[in-house]
Design a protein around this ligand. Sequence first.
Ligand SMILES: [Zn+2]
Length: 325
Amino acid sequence: MLAIDSAISDAFSAAKRPEWKTNLKAVIAYRKALLVAQEHRCAYCARTIRDEVGHRELEHILPQSQCPAQDFDGGTAASNDWIHRRHTRGYGDFRYEPLNLALSCKRCNSYKGSFDPLLNRSVAIAAYPSASGDYLWVHPHFDPYSKHINILEGLLYSPVQGSQKGQAVIKVCGLDRAEEITARQVEACLTSTQELVQAMISLTISGEPLDSAEVGDALHKRFKVATSAKMKGFLDQLLANAGRGSDVLVASIKQISLEIGTGNPIVAPTVPAFVVKRGAAKKASVPAKTKKCPTKSVPAKAIDKTVVAKQNKSKPKRSAGSRRN
Ligand SMILES: [Zn+2]
């Protein structure tokens, strides 16, 4: 449940509709208040989000838009069956309702899409439903997250005592999908790590499968250095050398640091001998001078690496007729 200064909410509500833009003072103030109230975490996966465009989304809990007119069917939109819940009438009246907004990461927002979490869709509503029981969803303003979702080892999500609200968020946001676990792990590392070389070391010695082109592009965008292709090359070099002994790996890290132009002290040769094989790091701690990402290795049985490798490039897909909320 989010504690937000009522003056900020009121100013947000009072923002003139025709002039409503995301850069209005009142909108920015409310977004920042949400960020603080949510402790800089996504409302659904609870991972850290940065206050940057493209990294956090102003999420409409009840989707704001109706399905495309050519696909819309009133009966389906009034159905409470799970399979129909991406078919929605939309709730344009609550587009500017403060209680209908929360911040989410881009992945969760994309997965949720047009999913309609109103418990009873068979009756039209005039006022914004303001009780936890009105939703089959962990509503950030009405439900304590920890009462519904447990996060084990920072990665594995499970509903608390079979919470149906928690189960709904986990399922809809793809929090139980193996490829998502890895992808979110990489994202979390990129978000939390302040130093490029630290991020590269953490990612390459984690032993988890990664797509060097995708991660190289993310590193390039996150740290604004080199090019995506260059970063991919550095990652491939580190991945190849991670299995050739600590001396080789340290030399490789030094060379990359020089090429990137970071005078980063992390390149001090403290990578221990256990990092001789990718995967060995799973059982050991990260080097003392390496800031560890807030993620843990996934238990081997939790991820079918063959599947992950194949699916790593896949993006959240939306069902036909759905649109971004
Ligand atoms: Zn999220």
